[in-house]
Unconditional design. Sequence first.
Length: 330
Amino acid sequence: MGIFSKIAGQFVDVIEWKDDSNDTMVHRYDRNGKEIMMGAQLTVRESQVAIMVNEGKLADVFQPGRYELSTQNMPILTALKAWKYGFNSPFKAEVYFINTKQFLDQKWGTSNPIMMRDAEFGMVRLRAFGIYSFRVGDPVVFLKEVFGTNGLMTVDGVTGQVKRTLVSGLSDAIAQSKIPALDLAANYDELSQYALNSLSPRIASLGLKLESFVIENISLPDEVEKAMDRRTSMGVVGDLNQYTQYQAAEAMREAANNPAGMAGLGATMGVGAMMAQTMQGAFNPAQANQAAPAQQQAAAPAGETKFCAECGNRIPRAAKFCPECGAKQG
C-alpha cells in the first residue's frame, strides 16, 4: 500500500487554479516536478483560459470547462510529443492559467501637458486624468508578446506600458475630435468614447482589450479659463442698452437717498453713458465708426466754452452739468 501511495504521489491527476487575488493576470501551475497523468482532470473556471506549453512551445488552449486529458483533446501536444498512435503514460508540460476578467479602476494621467491646436486660441497645453479598465483579449498573443514563461504576472507588470500608450494616443484623439478647447468640459462623454475607439487598437497588439476609458477632468491653461470667465460675464450682462438703463436708474435711486448725491448724479450717468458707448464700440466696431462723425458734429459747435466753477475744467457753455465732475452749472 505504501509503494502504491508513493507511486501515485509522483503524478498529477487534478489541475486547477483558484484565484484568490484581485490583480493576478497569469499563474503557472506548480507541478512540483511531478508528471501529469494521462486522463487527469483539468478544470478551467469562468474568466480563465488554460494554455499548455511543451518545452517552450505553445501547445493546446482550453476555454472554461472540465476536461479529461487525452490525446484527443490535446492535438497540438500530441503532435509535439510525436504520439502518432496515442500515448497513455504520464508526461511533462507546463500549464498556464490566464485571467480574462476585467481589471477595473486603473488610473491614468498626463505627466506632461498635451499640446493641442485650437481654432480660437491657437496652441494650448492641456492636462487630463481619469480611469480605464482592460482585460486579456487574446491569451495566446498575450503569452507570446508579454508574458513569456514567467511564473506569475500581476497587473503592475503591464499598467506602466498601457498608461504611456494611452496618454500618448490621447493627444491625437483630442486633435482628431476637433472639439474646441472651450467646449471640452461639456463633451467628456463624447471625447471618452472617441478616445476608447481610437486607443483600443494600440494595445490590441499586446493581446489586451481596452474595455472602458473615462476622462474625469481636463485642465485648461489660465488664459483660456479667464476667457471662459469673460464670456460667462458677457452672457450674464446680456443687452448692453438695457444694462446701461438699469445702471442709470440705480444711480438715480442712490442719489435720491443721498443728501449730497445729486451733485454726483451727473458724473455717474455720464460715466455710465461713456462705458456703454465704449462697450458698444468694442462689440460693434462698424456701428461705432458710423456714430463717430455724428459725435464729432455734435461736439463741433462747442467753440463757446466756459470753465466749471467746481473743478475748473473747460466745458461747453451750454452744458447744465459738468461732464468731468458732474457739478450743476449756473
